[in-house]
Ligand binder design. Sequence first.
Ligand SMILES: *[C@@H]1O[C@H](CO)[C@@H](O)[C@H](O)[C@H]1NC(C)=O
Ligand SMILES: *[C@@H]1O[C@H](CO)[C@@H](O)[C@H](O)[C@H]1NC(C)=O
Ligand SMILES: *[C@@H]1O[C@H](CO)[C@@H](O)[C@H](O)[C@H]1NC(C)=O
Length: 380
Amino acid sequence: MFTSLSVVCILTLLQLSTTCISSHTQLQGTLHRRNYFYIGEQYVNTPGTNNGSEIAFGQIYVEHLVPATVTQSLPVLMIHGHGMTGTNFLNTPDGRLGWADYFMNQGFEIYIVDQPSRGRSAWQMGVDGDQSDFDATYISSHFTAVEKFNLWPQAALHTQWPGNGTAGDPIFDNFYASTMPSLVSDKESSIKVKKAIGKLLDDIGPVILLTHSQSGQYGWILGDFRPSLIKTIIALEPIGPPFINAVFPPLTPARPFGLTEIPVTYSPPVSSSCDLKPEIVPALTNASLGTTCFRQAAPARQLVNLKEIPTLVVTSESSYHAIYDSCTVEYLAQAGVPVTHVELADVGIKGNAHMMFMEKNGLEIAEKVVLEWIQNTVNK
Ligand SMILES: *[C@@H]1O[C@H](CO)[C@@H](O)[C@H](O)[C@H]1NC(C)=O
Ligand SMILES: *[C@@H]1O[C@H](CO)[C@@H](O)[C@H](O)[C@H]1NC(C)=O
Ligand SMILES: *[C@@H]1O[C@H](CO)[C@@H](O)[C@H](O)[C@H]1NC(C)=O
């Protein structure tokens, strides 16, 4: 009896592991060619460098994925957020297809970067600024297991992360292990992104630009810098709201140029950020939620270089961004940017948090929101 039970258990285990293994090996993908290159490097002599020689800094790693069948005229350039790298868009931490594959399958060429000083883009000691990490609890409480921490009211609605979203769960562990030290200063990051990705755009543009979180502000900076090379900006939960941090104390001033740390072109021009004259939007401000929403005092200066770039902001149901993304959208609209806000719950897509594109229904978001937007705007 005992023996046959053990045999049953072992057989079941074997079947289980066979299922697990085959579900990975049967992963379907899109036939494509991969190339990578670096761009944006600058040589500099440092105290540790041999005389007459130099090291390079500021360059970014760019992965270029070309599907066997390209049917779309514009490539998609994907920029990840803080603590992340380009792996965000390859496959998901539980081994499902990611957005890169989805869009290649739709006939798009893809470019994926690692931000300057991050991942495969070198961080150079003595040249690049200080770095910091997201710890595992931060990732669980803000991104993957927000319903267990309830740091904001909508967090309770979160259902879409695969696995329990905390350390010890193999899917979480795989995701957490992919996170990387990031430059502490968003100003430094912005300057370096503008230089390196600006150069990339000059080589590969025009593009469809997809940003997430921290890279949301790079979307506005790059759109301002190279307006003719960005045909649309799709901003997944862009960093915000204007002028101040929100939800998580300390609610310190940030983004002195409204949505960016570094100057962008306003008309009339701003000589300092004070010219923007922030005023509170009472309807979108809620002290108990830890958010103060600012816009410009009328008449609002216009973000003139973004006026011709159709922009989509996507917000999930249960992310902390659900509290303040409408304030960011209001700011863009007031400054003359043609912006559309899709809140996923309004189109029947429920239970997502900040890492929506790698959650269980990530491909549904790609198809019903992002692809739909591209077809209705740039492909129309
Ligand atoms: C570089 O040259 C200077 C002046 O000749 C010398 O003092 C210094 O030791 C050299 N540094 C290295 C790393 O070779
Ligand atoms: C998450 O799953 C892991 C692995 O099964 C387990 O060790 C851990 O206790 C779980 N954590 C929570 C909060 O459920
Ligand atoms: C602020 O948010 C809290 C929590 O969601 C809510 O109970 C309250 O009604 C809100 N206050 C205002 C003025 O909207």
